[in-house]
Design a protein around this ligand. Sequence first.
Ligand code: NCD
Ligand code: ZN
Length: 347
Amino acid sequence: MTTRITIRRPDDWHLHLRDGAMMRSVLPETARHFARAIVMPNLVPPVVTAEDALAYRDRIEAALPDGADFTPLMTLYLTERTEPDDVQAAHADGLITAVKLYPAGATTNSQSGVTDLKSVYPVLERMAEIGLPLCIHGEVTTHDVDIFDREQVFIDTVLDPLLRDIPELKVTLEHITTSHGVDYVREAAGDIAGTITTHHLMINRNHMLVGGIRPHYYCLPIVKRAEHQQALRRAATSGHPRFFLGTDSAPHLDAAKETACGCAGVFSAPNTMSCLAHVFEEEGALDRLEAFTSLNGPARYGLAPNTATLTLEKRDAPAIYKAKYDTPDGPLTLFDPGHALHWHVVD
Ligand code: NCD
Ligand code: ZN
């Protein structure tokens, strides 16, 4: 039985670092295990221009603990006023790694997102020309579509037509949550990849709703049926180059989660690697953990994999993670996988 594995240092291809005090609380947790992360731009107000991204990157770098080996990969929040030239210049300067499409109203802080996709075609066509990836929150927001169907309807009615209209566009369909998403990413003719979160591999909607409602499992896209969780597990552990890790670690204070109308988001950065080793071991695929966390993502983004390594060891005693993190504005709850985690990050 394998009880120790060493992999190249992982990267997180979808992360929310927030800003200010919250950023200072959560950034060290990601920097401890991850070498790079694609940083989501859904601040209030959002990171829209190259100038915004530069200033945000400076704030992140200033908040890094001494000696941390972590590079934030910046993104721009696509709006109907985004200028193709601004995007191209930010890409040429090496400032941004991707542009993020939020359908307006799809999730936390997406009010400034896109309502009419055609209105951003000039930006998307420019991105296709220069090879800049588009990261997509793939859910429709029309009120007549059931929340559990929003991903599938998005793929069929928005994403597939988009990839036909602009076939050279490099797309990352983020945080896929359904077997439909898995099948689409694997089979589509377009230049597409998909990220999968830690929590969607570990929980399904029963965990969130049976025996009481668990607000800390509420996230978007919402967790689906167990059969979808199984499809995600098969995809993540398959080694297929189109699938890789985007934790979507998305901290919200307990006061914002444990309330009559709670925010969407799961904070998983600290224990993600222990969780993933657990999942990959359960699936008999520990030898493919590195592909998912450390190889497929860089290959997709045209970057070299990290040369530093991370070692995990399985021990009889469970790994201890704090249930709650203290921030200056109040407590923040860590993702609870619902059982002990025996894989420790040791190095
Ligand atoms: C994210 C957040 O809180 O910013 N929430 C979430 O449930 N995933 C936004 C997002 O990625 O959808
Ligand atoms: Zn997210």
